[in-house]
Write a protein that binds this ligand. Sequence first.
Ligand SMILES: Cc1ncc(COP(=O)(O)O)c(C=O)c1O
Length: 382
Amino acid sequence: MKIEPFLTEQFFADYEFSSPHLLASSDCETLSIATLLKMAGSSLEELGQVTLGYTESQGNLMLRSRIAEMYSGIEPSDIVILTSPVEGIYLGMQALLEAGDEVVALRPAYDALNNVARHLCRKVVPWKLSPGDGQWTLDFDQLDSLVGARTKMIVVNFPHNPTGFVPSPAEFEQLISFARQHDLWLFCDEIYRGLEWDAAIASAAELYEKSIVLGGLSKTYGLPGLRAGWLVVRDAEIRAELINWKHYTTICPAAPTEFLAEKALSIRYELANRSKAIIQQNLSLCREFFARFGDLFTWRAPQAGSVAFVELNLDQLGFESATEYCHHLAQDHGIVLLPGKCLGDDDRFVRMGLGREAFGASLAAYAAVISAMGGRSPVSSG
Ligand SMILES: Cc1ncc(COP(=O)(O)O)c(C=O)c1O
């Protein structure tokens, strides 16, 4: 059975490696293997000692122990190491969902969180984040109205891609109680965890026994090329089912990745603080930019994470849709913003990525393009 096109990855495939100004990337600034090892007190010589045999399917115990330390009340045996974070969405949903089940999933969302579920059980009901005054909001009455007799799982992602929304502790507990009351599984994608400005939010893994939690090194720690990710699965039966699916996909993690992931996690606060400093710097540039071009955009600052979802004033910009605008910017000006439609939302939003060091230079290039265009002739007049 075919699966829907992965619009986000397709859009990036068209422009990511050929455009000078990446303003939509969700990962944070990366670093070289040599720098990472030096920061972690290791060396290229030590990496050179890693052997290239098969590894344990569930993942190396030292790495799983390091990950378990990031959560309270979680054991190394609860962790499954993945061959990429995105693999965890596939495995988690394969282990739990079948035809006839229904899923309630936060929208907008990273494509895989909706599309894999829809592929497996055909019915995914969107739980929509609303663009409020100054920030995004969650509506629990809406959630209540979406759950039915066949609902098996709620899918969320906090800190959220693309809006940067984070629930308050009270909202998060309300969500957990709701899931428990209705006996639902909670798939919680926490790949941006650690990018909160203040204390990290609790993990669903710590609060709810029927959760599957996704973590990884791609975003917060700036290491997407490592393809390092993990699931926290407290339910032993589901964990075994999921590992069985893993035998059909990647069998076991890559040995060099496990070695480097363990080193990265030994300096995780340093890496996360490095990312947060870049994001804060870029957020202050955004405040100036959106104050300057307030008639063209509605800016809702993210509460955490490395992305923001910006509303376009399409009439002022002179385009029919965010998709049309983004293709124009990429093709004519080498500026990459991701159309919100890729993430299942209205075609009047774009995702901005705040974790890269070159963001300031790219935003300045974007400002120059806007000033030169002055908005294309408004669609209404042309
Ligand atoms: C919310 C979310 N989950 C999972 C992933 C997948 O991460 P990776 O591309 O490192 O596999 C992404 C990537 O953009 C994401 O934004």
